[in-house]
Design a protein around this ligand. Structure first.
Ligand code: NCD
Length: 320
């Protein structure tokens, strides 16, 4: 019998099984995860029977920030692989009594869980947990830092529509400064050789963002969506993350200057896929009928890809 006895900071986690960021992930590993996720897609969406590769294993979801898609998707992914899942949210947990994220993670690990999936408002929080515990840690979004499984699902959804993303032009539009999705997905696309066009008001695009990522692809910054919209192969709209931009609101002209309105959407070339990580603020960054377009909106396909991407990441963590 092995009882866990140690203090934070002495964890012996295995970095090759953690999934904390796209930045620094070898491109071969990124491609392998994408291929594996694509292979797992029929199981993820229920077209093929669930697997039992994680039978007897327990995945703990520690979600200290609100989530709909990511939380349920990790749970679905674990269940489709036969694992048991436990969930801890910030409300109803001892986080409300001042317990730290690390103490929480150590206590959950001491109950014998096999992997921790962590969402936190602390940028870099997932790595802090990984340094403290021994089991694999998967980042489900840490502050403004990264959301690496979102990047996998975004690229997978793009691959299903465009094939290889190498050489493709992908616009990411909106609140770049507060978006971990923009960071992770940009890292992945640049690593795979795509051209990422970052579009947003100057106040919402961090200075130097064009130097964010290394790889064969590139990043360019734009403040006028209409100047680039005709040339893109895909477009991803982002929500304004008011919860991270204290004190500011959405400018009254945001929809007309940056939103993917029904009128502006006509400037896209035919068949260009429209992405959004959710949650969608209809009528702000994207118009209702654009978000619901039955052909070009891939917003729900992204969600399906999310289950497959998380299955691939859980298998990498627990069945290396
Ligand atoms: C994103 C997130 O939480 O970072 N959502 C998601 O995980 N699908 C984006 C957002 O909150 O706007």
């Amino acid at each position: 019998m092995r009882l866990i006895q140690r203090t934070a900071g002495t964890g012996l986690s295995s970095p090759e099984r953690d999934f904390l960021a796209i930045e620094g992930l070898p491109v071969a590993e990124l491609r392998r995860l994408l291929d594996h996720a694509q292979e797992l897609l029929p199981v993820a969406v229920g077209d093929a029977p669930s697997l039992d590769r994680l039978r007897g294993r327990v995945v703990a979801n520690i979600f200290f920030e609100d989530s709909t898609r990511t939380r349920v998707s990790f749970e679905m992914a674990a269940r489709r692989l036969g694992a048991d899942v436990v969930l801890l949210g910030s409300s109803g947990s001892s986080a409300s009594k001042g317990e730290t994220l690390i103490d929480t993670a150590l206590n959950i690990e001491a109950m014998g869980v096999d992997a921790l999936v962590v969402r936190t408002s602390i940028s870099g929080g997932a790595a802090l947990v990984a340094n403290a515990v021994r089991c694999p840690v998967i980042n489900a979004g840490d502050g403004r830092h990264e959301h690496p499984t979102q990047a996998l699902l975004d690229v997978l959804a793009l691959r299903l529509r465009l094939g290889d993303v190498t050489g493709r032009k992908v616009a990411i539009v909106g609140d770049i400064a507060n978006s971990r999705v923009a960071r992770s997905t940009t890292h992945a696309l640049v690593a795979l050789g795509a051209h990422v066009l970052i579009v947003g008001p100057p106040t919402l695009v961090p200075r130097g963002f064009e130097q964010l990522a290394e790889g064969p692809g590139k990043i360019s910054i734009h403040h006028d969506i209409d100047a680039i919209i005709r040339e893109v192969d895909a477009i991803m709209m982002l929500r304004i993350q008011l919860e991270r931009a204290a004190g500011s609101g959405i400018a009254p002209d945001y929809r007309s200057t940056y939103g993917l309105t029904s009128v502006r959407r006509k400037l896209l070339r035919a068949g260009v896929p429209i992405l959004h990580p959710g949650p969608v603020n209809r009528g702000v960054e994207i118009d209702e009928e654009v978000a619901d377009d039955p052909v070009d909106s891939v917003i729900l396909a992204q969600v399906s890809c999310g289950v497959a991407a998380r299955m691939a990441v859980l298998l990498r963590a627990l069945c290396p």
